[in-house]
Design a protein around this ligand. Sequence first.
Ligand code: GAF
Length: 398
Amino acid sequence: MQGIRDMYGRMLSRFQELFGTGGGAPALFRSPGRVNLIGEHTDYNGGHVFPCAISLGIWALAAPRQGTDLVRLHSMNFEEAGTTEAPARGLEYRQERGWANYPLGVLRVLEEAGHPLPAGLDLLFWGDLPGGAGLSSSASIEVLTARVADGLFGMGLQGVETALLAQRAENDFVGMKCGIMDQFAITMGRRNCAVFLDCRTLDFKLVPLNLDGFRIVISNTNKPHALAGSEYNLRRAQCEAALEDLRRVRPVKALGELTEPGFKYLSGVIRNPVNLRRARHAVTENQRTLHALAALEMSDLALFGRLMNQSHVSLRDDYEVSCPELDALVELAWRQPGVVGSRMTGGGFGGCTVSIVEAPCVEAFVRDVGAGYAKATGLRADFYEVDAADGAGRMERP
Ligand code: GAF
């Protein structure tokens, strides 16, 4: 609580410096990041995902400004970028606006959905969620912006609707053709729960994470996930091409619909061997995610961990979205005592791994995996012990 009070105090004085002291105290909002436990690159394939919102996140102080139709945005994480000013309506993507395109994209999508901002808006952000690390800082700031707009101007947005609008901002305004997983987990996450989501129907359930005696440890390669956008869109296209081949013999709606034996039986019609491996990952990963749900519900954490490990192998070999740095962290983790499972998490090509580790072994994990990683790559890894947290929303001022 003291930490939150300090953070709020620092944000409030920066807000007042930047935007003035008139107009009453700004409202406080928070949005988490997400870590995906299993179910990677399955969301846009009509499969299942199993992420949770995490205790690292982004905070916003926000106040409406009557008599102006300007949006002013500032991030304490990017002080050097200065304050961005933009019109509240008719917004367009501008490369030079950098990070601010994510929140501005949400305002644009809200306007298109019939919720234009009725006044100006001042927004100050600060986060302890590392950016570009595969923990969904972009989805976090998108959902946060939607929650701010809804909270201040009473737009009456429902949870799933909020996630879909935030995804649309990323797809259409920023141009990253992501699936729904990140925005959904960040909107609908719940403390101590993982979100099991069927990405085809958007049916979901919150599954208690009974991790007594275990910790979720995120290891950051500190290799930004470059390539992620172009290679991501390429993976989507390869899965789409495999699906087209399958449709010549069966009316398959999505790869996530197929069981492993069903896929094996049909897979001969996929002509391109690379597309075949991409599709195999999508199908097997979806099956692993279904098994992971059962494992968690039966409190079989050992099985859950084995499925995480298999997921990494499939992402590395069939989907080819890992990289030497992620592989190094995962292989070091696999050799470490007390590790239940470890895999890359998120889109790949850099970013983070997620491991489930026995609580008393975490200290040695951080020390040994950190040292092994520095030796293998010359890079320093960062480690975060996280809890499953609530989705984005308004907070009481401390
Ligand atoms: C990124 C995307 F944004 C998600 O939609 C998902 O596809 C993920 O990569 C891979 O599972 O985080």
